[in-house]
Ligand binder design. Structure first.
Ligand SMILES: Nc1ncnc2c1ncn2[C@@H]1O[C@H](COP(=O)(O)OP(=O)(O)OP(=O)(O)O)[C@@H](O)[C@H]1O
Ligand SMILES: [Mg+2]
Length: 253
């Protein structure tokens, strides 16, 4: 592990010169049939879209890093690369420890299954054993406050109810790295405050490294110590959260 000689905490996340290029079909194809015809005629062209362009930053153990940027700037793409969901086109990303990602609402869930079944499914995806999930099921249900809805299929859940289950599972034990991408914004104010208290208890323990995305700059400033501002895939600034949020706000002045 890279240990800083000045005795500072070791870095847990290192993002080294990461770029992400998506291929987008340059014309609208309305069916799979049209797609195969275009493919056979060698008429399938792609435009390259650079969602992230040479991003580099590192996060030390126990740090709470905010990511800010306008819609479509590349924040979720960055978090997916850190979580290992996406492979960067260029550059590399290393993470030390286990990650609890809360990135896309409902990812890792099957809407046809009941909430109870989904808790086990999602737990398995996070690497927890059946035995572990049996032991923690009550804590999860209790935190989500959805005891009466455990045998209802997830398709009948509201988005806030799904967020409750997702947050409760991801934070049932202290992860090394917690990634929260706007998941909380669909929860009601009471649940948001409850989640924030749990995040704060992780932060206070000093063992959990947190990556936090929210369009509420007030919340980012309250929870985070440092921030990265990514705009249209370009890294505009990294530094103390107040400075980054001020610069981000000023772009619209
Ligand atoms: N799988 C994909 N294929 C093609 N383009 C994609 C894909 N995923 C993301 N993009 C594009 O990459 C850009 C960045 O998207 P991303 O979801 O990372 O933005 P964001 O900063 O999280 O935005 P928001 O604040 O709205 O959540 C967008 O233009 C989006 O359309
Ligand atoms: Mg996003």
């Amino acid at each position: 592990m890279a240990q800083d000689t000045r005795g500072a905490a070791p870095s847990v996340i290192e993002v080294n010169d990461v770029s992400m290029v998506f291929n987008m079909a340059s014309e609208q194809l309305n069916s799979l049939k049209e797609y195969f015809i275009a493919l056979a005629k060698h008429q399938l062209f792609f435009k390259e879209f650079r969602a992230l362009d040479h991003i580099s930053f590192s996060v030390r153990k126990g740090e709470v890093l905010g990511l800010v940027g306008t819609n479509g700037s590349g924040k979720s793409t960055m978090l997916k690369i850190i979580a290992g969901v996406l492979e960067p086109s260029e550059g590399s990303c290393t993470v030390r420890g286990n990650i609890a990602p809360l990135i896309e609402l409902g990812a890792g869930f099957d809407v046809e299954l009941t909430a109870r079944e989904n808790i086990y499914l999602n737990g398995a995806l996070l690497g927890y054993s059946k035995h572990f999930m049996d032991e923690h099921l009550d804590d999860i249900i209790e935190f989500a406050e959805l005891r009466d809805f455990m045998d209802v299929p997830l398709k009948n859940y509201s988005s806030g109810m799904v967020a409750r289950i997702a947050f409760a599972i991801a934070t049932v034990v202290e992860p090394d790295v917690l990634i929260v991408d706007e998941t909380l914004s669909v929860g009601d104010v009471f649940f948001q405050e409850k989640c924030e208290r749990r995040i704060q208890s992780f932060i206070d323990s000093g063992n959990v490294t947190v990556l936090f995305v929210s369009h509420s700059l007030e919340q980012v400033e309250r929870l985070c110590t440092r921030a990265v501002w990514i705009e249209h895939g370009v890294q505009r600034m990294v530094g103390p959260v107040k400075d980054v949020c001020r610069a981000y706000r000023q772009q619209f002045d």
